[in-house]
Structure formats: C-alpha cells, structure tokens
Design a protein around this ligand. Structure first.
Ligand code: AMP
Length: 285
C-alpha cells in the first residue's frame, strides 16, 4: 500500500489508472477506523481493481466551536488497518495541501442541506461537498462508497454527482453497529462509561417507531411521541437535537407514512453528538 500525502502525486497515479480502464473505488474517511469504515473498504476491495482510502479530517466541514482539534486521530493504526484491508493507496493530505489560504469555491446543495444535521451545522455539508468534489476530481473514481449512517450526507452527495454530471457512482452501505445496537462512530470515543451504557437507547427508540408502525400507527406525530417517551426513560442524559421523519431522498418532512420514510435523529450525550436513522416501511394494507 502506498501512503500518499501530495494531491498532485495522487492525481498523476489515478489518471494512469483511469485511462487504462481500471475500476477505481474511493472510500473517503476522517480516520480513527472502526468496523463501519472497514465494511466500506471490504466492499471496495471486492468490487474494484484499485481501492483508495482517503483519510482527511476536513476542517471545512467543522463549524466554529465544533470538535476539529479534539477529533480522535491515530494515523499509524489507521494505516495498518487500511493496509490489512487491501487498500492500494491511503491518501492522507495535510489541510494546507487541500485548501489554499484564500480558498474561495464551494459546492452546496441547499435544498437538502438546510434540514436535519444542517439545522445546527449550517456550513457542514458545503464543507463535505467541496472536499468530496475535490477528491472526485483528483482521483476520478468509478465508484465512491459511503455509509448510510450519514444518510443525509449520502443523499446530498448523490444529488451533487447527478446535478454536476460527475462520472462516478455514489453508493451507500448499511450501518454497522456494536453488539448492543449502537451505531459505530469515531465520536463514540467521547462517551463516558455511563453515557456509553445508555447510548444504545438512541437506536432502541427508533425501533419503537418501527414496532408501532407495524401495528398500524402511520402518523409520525404519534411515532415521535413514542420515541421521545422511550428516550425520556432510557436515555435520560441525552439531549435531543432533532428527531425527524422525512422522505428518504428529498428529505422533505413526512406527516403520514404511506410507504416508506426515514426516521433520523441527533442526540447530544455528554461530549458526543450521536446520530442514527432507520428506514421505515408501512405494512401493506
Ligand atoms: P467518517 O470517518 O466518520 O467521516 O466516516 C467515513 C465513512 O464511513 C462515511 O461514509 C460514513 O458514513 C461511514 N461510516 C461511519 N460510521 C459508519 C457505520 N457505523 N456504519 C457504516 N458506515 C459508517
């Protein structure tokens, strides 16, 4: 596995691959790898001729007062994991190699970025879109893999690639969870033992909605009430940032579930901000 820090060196290598007709898969990450990252790398390794894992804690997607400096990092461990997973390249640029001091160009998908996580993180997704677009231009992957854990991010990046005719297939893979159901996240490292013990209640609450939906409750107000009642008991240290039922692609709020809807939530638990989601399907009438 090559470790490349210089974007120009990476671009030269990838241009050769692209023009030889090789199928290159990109897995963009911010590092501190867990099984969620590994599932993307595994899928990439299995489906492509070349696998590139990028490791970049992208300053542009952190707002003022967020955890950019504190974000967990362990480069040597991450490099060992990427190598073990069969990556051909680990691309780990320094921030100043990716952004000029007077960086001035942003990519935004406002219609999908103002809701859910965008409510409290107004500049987050333009940072994500911009860095992913830069990675796409440098690498020219045929496929890029993302986790459904960050459902909104995936919806936005799909839209970006479609609208801008980017010749890359943006694919999502299922959420990987701990044995007790907590969605894996690098930020779980912030949880105290007490917070970690109650954190699975985030997903358990969403599962309450799925159960209630199966019994015939299709109004999302009723489903939300059941989730909040569960969290009140089982997640007492959590502070809800949002709990929303939305159309899975357009992210438009849904009041009544006809077929499918996504329930998505963000909860603050101590120093961590946890997100999770679940695709709901109404029973066939
Ligand atoms: P991150 O390093 O947190 O930016 O995540 C890099 C990629 O891994 C993103 O596409 C995430 O959606 C994905 N990812 C993070 N956590 C999980 C998880 N628990 N299951 C599946 N994919 C994940």
């Amino acid at each position: 596995m090559q470790i490349i820090h210089d974007p120009n060196e990476l671009a030269a290598l990838c241009r050769g691959w692209r023009f030889s007709g090789l199928h290159t898969v990109l897995v963009p990450t911010m590092g501190y790898f867990h099984e969620g990252h590994k599932s993307l790398m595994r899928a990439g390794r299995e489906s492509g001729d070349r696998l590139i894992v990028s490791l970049f804690v992208n300053p542009a997607q952190f707002g003022p007062g967020e955890d950019l400096a504190a974000y967990p990092r362990d480069f040597d461990r991450d490099a060992a994991i990427a190598r073990e997973m069969g990556a051909d390249v680990l691309f780990a640029p320094a921030p100043d190699a990716m952004y000029l001091p007077d960086h001035a160009t942003w990519i935004e998908v406002p219609s999908l970025s103002g809701t859910l996580c965008g409510l409290t993180r107004p500049t987050h997704f333009r940072g994500v879109c911009t860095v992913v677009a830069k990675l796409f231009l440098l690498i020219m992957p045929t496929t890029a893999l993302f986790g459904e854990k960050d459902w909104q991010q995936l919806a936005i990046l799909r839209r970006m690639a479609l609208d801008l005719n980017m010749p890359v297939s943006v694919k999502g893979l299922p959420i990987v969870r701990e044995a007790d159901g907590l969605a894996m996240s690098s930020r779980n490292a912030y949880l105290t033992p007490e917070e970690r013990a109650m954190a699975p209640a985030l997903q358990q609450g969403l599962l309450q909605a799925a159960r209630l939906l199966a019994t015939g409750e299709r109004d999302t107000a009723g489903l939300a009430q059941a989730i909040r009642a569960y969290w009140e008991k089982q997640l007492p240290l959590g502070q809800e940032e949002y709990l929303s039922f939305v159309h899975p692609e357009t992210l438009v709020p849904v009041d009544h579930i006809e077929n499918t809807a996504l329930v998505a939530a963000a909860v603050r638990l101590g120093k961590a901000r946890l997100i999770d989601n679940l695709l709901l399907r109404a029973p066939v009438a």
